[in-house]
Design a protein around this ligand. Structure first.
Ligand code: MF3
Ligand code: CO
Ligand code: CO
Length: 273
């Protein structure tokens, strides 16, 4: 498929379809994104500030010839998002130390050679309660079930159904206010990936589509509110929230995940002290 073909298909469908060169670039940036999250696993401990984790991520990214996509994105001032306990997403790193028992989502997006890799994982800070661990495990399973639904001919609602069915069977709720997204040379592109069923938006998956799946799952109600900093989203009922995110591509036969951890650190615990 030539670039002209890709552009033509884009005009027709409005959803970019990418060729082999794009997939190769996404493998590179996806791996580096995962390596950045792997590195953070060694530092996410009680007493460490999220600003410190932000600096580790920034330096890793710059040392590897990449750029942090979130920095200066719509006025955001950090490299990573750090979402602790009842924070759903877009928590801003600060000078407060992490505490024993916290669960933290770290979300990082890299730009390498113009291509975006976007991934997030949960981290256990010290000893974490059984209920918090259970939420993280359910959320990881939601992501993996969503990924397993991806293949040509399936639809975005198949992804949402896989996630919502499992989360609700486990008596958890799916956040509606944030979603996965197409990406590639653009950070947030079409298609939109909802983590629940919405018949009014349902797109057929085709080879060459690139997008994230990033379910946010709450122990309580699904409602969220954004704090006055304009970013930090928290659960309205202050229940615990968890999220995992991978960047994937639709292949001729199924799905390719670009952001798996080379160390096998895809979900906690990560086997570091
Ligand atoms: N990485 C987030 C996502 O999954 C976006 C964060 S935007 C920021 O789409 F500005 F808050 F960093
Ligand atoms: Co992200
Ligand atoms: Co994303």
């Amino acid at each position: 498929m030539t670039d002209t073909d890709v552009m033509e298909r884009k005009r027709v469908s409005e959803i970019p379809l990418h060729g082999p060169e794009a997939f190769e670039a996404m493998r590179k940036v996806g791996r580096m994104t995962a390596e950045c999250l792997d590195l953070l696993a060694e530092h996410a401990q009680p007493g460490v500030t999220t600003d410190f984790l932000d600096r580790i991520a920034f330096e890793f990214i710059r040392d590897h010839g990449a750029y942090p996509a979130c920095l200066h994105y719509r006025g955001y001032t950090k490299t990573i998002c750090t979402s602790i306990n009842h924070v759903v997403c877009h928590g801003i790193p600060n000078d407060k130390p992490l505490r024993d028992g916290d669960i933290v989502n770290i979300d990082v997006t890299l730009i390498l050679d113009g291509w975006h890799g976007d991934s997030s994982r949960m981290y256990y800070i010290g000893e974490v309660s059984r209920r918090a661990q259970r939420l993280c495990e359910i959320t990881y399973e939601c992501l993996m079930r969503g990924i397993a639904a991806v293949k040509p001919g399936a639809t975005t609602n198949d992804i949402g159904a896989a996630i919502q069915t499992y989360a609700e069977a486990e008596r958890c709720s799916v956040v509606r206010d944030f979603c996965g997204h197409g990406l590639g040379r653009v950070f947030h592109d079409s298609p939109t990936i909802l983590h629940y069923v919405e018949p009014a938006y349902n797109v057929e998956l085709k080879p060459g589509m690139l997008f994230t799946i990033e379910p946010m799952i709450n122990l309580g109600r699904p409602q969220v509110k954004v704090l006055s900093d304009g970013w930090t989203a928290v659960t309205r009922d202050r229940s615990l929230s968890a999220q995992f995110e991978h960047t994937v591509g639709v292949t001729e036969t199924g799905v390719e995940v670009f952001t798996y951890s080379p160390k096998g650190y895809d979900k906690p615990p990560y086997g570091v002290a």
